[in-house]
Design a binder for this molecule. Structure first.
Ligand SMILES: *[C@@H]1O[C@H](CO)[C@@H](O)[C@H](O)[C@H]1NC(C)=O
Ligand SMILES: *[C@@H]1O[C@H](CO)[C@@H](O)[C@H](O)[C@H]1NC(C)=O
Ligand SMILES: *[C@@H]1O[C@H](CO)[C@@H](O)[C@H](O)[C@H]1NC(C)=O
Ligand SMILES: *[C@@H]1O[C@H](CO)[C@@H](O)[C@H](O)[C@H]1NC(C)=O
Ligand SMILES: *[C@@H]1O[C@H](CO)[C@@H](O)[C@H](O)[C@H]1NC(C)=O
Ligand SMILES: *[C@@H]1O[C@H](CO)[C@@H](O)[C@H](O)[C@H]1NC(C)=O
Ligand SMILES: *[C@@H]1O[C@H](CO)[C@@H](O)[C@H](O)[C@H]1NC(C)=O
Ligand SMILES: *[C@@H]1O[C@H](CO)[C@@H](O)[C@H](O)[C@H]1NC(C)=O
Length: 601
């Protein structure tokens, strides 16, 4: 639970105790810290001379030693004139930085959406040097009436100094560096340096997103992006990975080019890189037509160019060929996918079953076996986990996504293929594919003990969550957490049944628990107040969290009186706080016991 969650829980107590009160805003915000010390000590300045800055959100107490460091993106400036123009924007001066930003994707503080990092410390370095945090040019540069500074590397140093002095980075146990776009390139360039600044025993890795920029001419043959990068690398005295710099003393720009720098990076990387990177398509390759943005009107020649970019990016990623690193490379026309809600943790992502093809028996371990007895014999087929049910309810229609291999076995784990004569006898054919289909449709899905245990564990948690949602402790009028209910269920040795629904079992569990702890079904009546400006938009988000809307009043602000489950109160206050930026309000009007014998949950 993040600190926002703890504050919200405190608000539940206060509100119930006193009958009214306001909700805490769920804090997804990150606040700006300016690196003013770094200006004096290191000369760490944005293009215009202002101090660098980063946004900070502290993690939960339990994860206080885990850090996600992020480099913001925003392209580059490529010439002095270009950089002078940039110095007047929020990509070149911290005087135009907002005081807070909201997390999204990998930086969002929502554990459901972002389970791995939501409760970590997040330090989001903002981009104002135009050179992927690499500029290390000591002398200021005069351009017309502007004085420019190329000091990205010193901003990075000042950032790490500040985190060590003020945020506990020097006692971190886990640190991940990430960054997107120009910050993704910065992640490749500086991963080893950042790694050298975290404590020796800490786990360290880097997640560059959309930072693998191709050093290619445009599809028309013009030297555009490579010339631009070479220019700015020289103008700003850009510094990249130390080993890369040592090996490329005469051509330092190569260390600002992922494909050349990568072999020198020893930090373990989890790269995220679309093979149809939308920024590169237009800005490096000058491909003017893409199916997504041009309503499928591209000519055959344009489609060839589009595919050539895909081949180039994928080829370059494949050439990495290192067992140190992992790659997530998809085919979305997109850029910076870990940072924007649409792509990050999208439930429609599904690993293709074709990720590997079993070539021998050994690989057939991560499988689901479906078995059918026929003609006195047992036949088995090997399927991909989780695919059998989606085939049966017709969500998955491609049999190759379901079957590991078109072969019928007598024993999958031994790799014993069924004899054709036996198949003939039982099925009247020895066409393995046909028989696979029959077994897939009619056979019995085998579930391993581990899977069964995992399913029961999940069901146990689900029952506990329902109980926690629906009940309070009548003595204090406070809801229980699911963890408290789980403990109480263990104490009285509740065992869940895989055959009954979680809801039905929750009813039983409440009755049993009531014999040992103070617990009762309850509903809450709450008033939700939404400011007029937000009301139309937010109301439809509020309703799904309620059991019933009792009354609404559109006079000035919108006031909704609703009945909710006690367990929903926190989610509701967080939603309203977030969606109305703290202007909305949720107050408890009353807590009602739900009548005994009401069997409906
Ligand atoms: C950000 O600043 C606001 C206002 O000063 C403060 O209420 C909030 O707690 C801060 N948030 C974080 C994450 O530090
Ligand atoms: C490189 O920078 C110089 C100096 O600002 C500029 O005149 C030139 O056009 C730039 N070249 C490219 C390829 O951007
Ligand atoms: C701490 O972070 C881990 C992920 O690294 C997460 O699974 C866990 O729930 C977090 N703990 C808390 C108390 O937020
Ligand atoms: C950055 O520039 C300073 C001053 O020229 C130099 O002493 C330092 O070694 C440079 N840093 C790197 C990493 O090259
Ligand atoms: C895209 O093409 C379809 C079919 O040709 C057409 O109906 C639609 O208006 C087009 N949309 C745009 C935005 O051009
Ligand atoms: C990118 O450059 C490589 C190396 O010169 C070349 O083989 C490839 O065809 C280029 N890709 C495109 C799309 O032009
Ligand atoms: C990748 O590396 C392995 C081991 O170093 C090598 O055997 C293999 O041929 C390489 N693959 C490619 C495509 O270069
Ligand atoms: C298949 O072979 C494995 C490994 O020898 C064995 O444990 C399993 O019981 C056999 N399955 C059946 C259904 O006989």
């Amino acid at each position: 639970m993040g600190q926002g969650g703890l504050r919200a829980l405190a608000a539940v107590v206060a509100v119930v105790g006193f009958g009214l009160g306001s909700c805490a805003t769920a804090s997804n915000a990150l606040n700006l810290t300016l690196l003013t010390d770094g200006v004096d000590e290191l000369g760490a300045r944005c293009l215009d001379g202002s101090p660098g800055g980063y946004y900070w959100r502290a993690g939960s107490a339990a994860n206080a030693t885990k850090f996600l460091l992020v480099f913001n993106g925003g392209g580059w400036c490529y010439s002095l004139e270009d950089c002078a123009a940039r110095a007047k924007t929020n990509l070149g001066t911290s005087t135009l930085f907002e005081t807070t930003i909201q997390g999204d994707g990998i930086t969002k503080n929502d554990p459901g959406f972002n389970p791995d990092f939501s409760s970590w410390n997040v330090a989001y370095l903002y981009y104002c040097d135009g050179t992927s945090y690499g500029g290390n040019h000591s002398e200021p540069v005069q351009v017309g009436d502007q004085t420019l500074f190329f000091r990205g590397l010193r901003i990075l140093e000042a950032f790490l100094d500040h985190l060590q002095r003020h945020r506990g980075l020097d006692s971190a146990t886990e640190v991940f560096l990430s960054g997107h776009s120009a910050g993704g390139l910065g992640t490749y360039m500086h991963a080893d340096y950042v790694g050298s600044r975290v404590p020796a025993g800490a786990l360290f890795g880097a997640i560059p997103d959309a930072g693998f920029f191709m050093m290619n001419n445009t599809v028309g043959g013009r030297d555009l992006y490579p010339a631009q990068i070479q220019n700015i690398s020289r103008l700003a005295s850009v510094v990249g990975d130390a080993d890369c710099m040592a090996a490329n003393a005469a051509e330092a720009w190569r260390c600002m080019a992922t494909q050349h720098a990568l072999p020198f990076v020893s930090t373990r990387l989890h790269m995220i890189q679309s093979s149809y990177d939308s920024w590169q398509l237009s800005n490096i390759f000058d491909v003017s037509c893409t199916p997504k943005y041009s309503n499928n009107t591209c000519s055959a020649n344009q489609m060839d160019q589009f595919q050539a970019v895909h081949t180039t990016i994928l080829g370059q990623i494949r050439a990495t060929n290192s067992t140190r690193h992992a790659v997530w490379s998809d085919s979305c026309i997109a850029h910076s996918q870990a940072y924007y809600g649409d792509y990050f943790n999208n439930p429609s992502w599904q690993m293709s079953a074709r990720m590997f093809t079993p070539t021998n028996q050994k690989l057939l371990t991560n499988i689901a076996v479906v078995r059918q007895k026929k003609g006195g014999k047992r036949f088995e087929i090997a399927c991909f986990k989780n695919k059998v049910l989606s085939w049966r309810n017709k969500v998955e229609k491609d049999i190759d996504e379901v079957l590991q291999i078109h072969t019928v076995y007598t024993n999958v784990s031994k790799g014993e293929v069924a004899k054709n004569t036996d198949l003939q006898k039982a099925y009247g054919t020895d066409d393995h594919t046909k028989i696979c289909r029959i077994i897939l449709d009619k056979g019995e899905l085998q579930v391993s003990k581990e899977e069964r245990d995992a399913q029961l564990g999940a069901l146990f948690k689900e029952v506990a969550t329902i109980v926690a949602d629906k009940c309070i402790d009548p003595a204090t009028e406070r809801p229980y957490t699911a963890a408290q209910i789980e403990r109480a269920m263990r104490d009285i040795h509740v065992s869940v049944k895989p055959t009954a629904s979680a809801k039905a079992q929750a009813l039983d569990v409440i009755k049993k628990l009531a014999e040992t702890i103070s617990i009762a079904r309850a509903s809450m009546s709450v008033r939700v107040r939404l400011p007029q400006r937000e009301a139309k938009r937010v109301k439809p988000l509020v309703l799904p969290l309620t059991i019933a809307l009792e009354h609404e009043d559109w006079d000035d602000d919108l006031e909704l009186e609703c009945t909710i489950d006690p367990g929903t109160f926190r989610a509701l206050t967080e939603l309203v706080g977030h969606e109305t930026k703290g202007q909305g309000l949720v107050e408890i009007l009353s807590v009602k016991n739900v009548a005994e014998g009401d069997e409906v949950l």
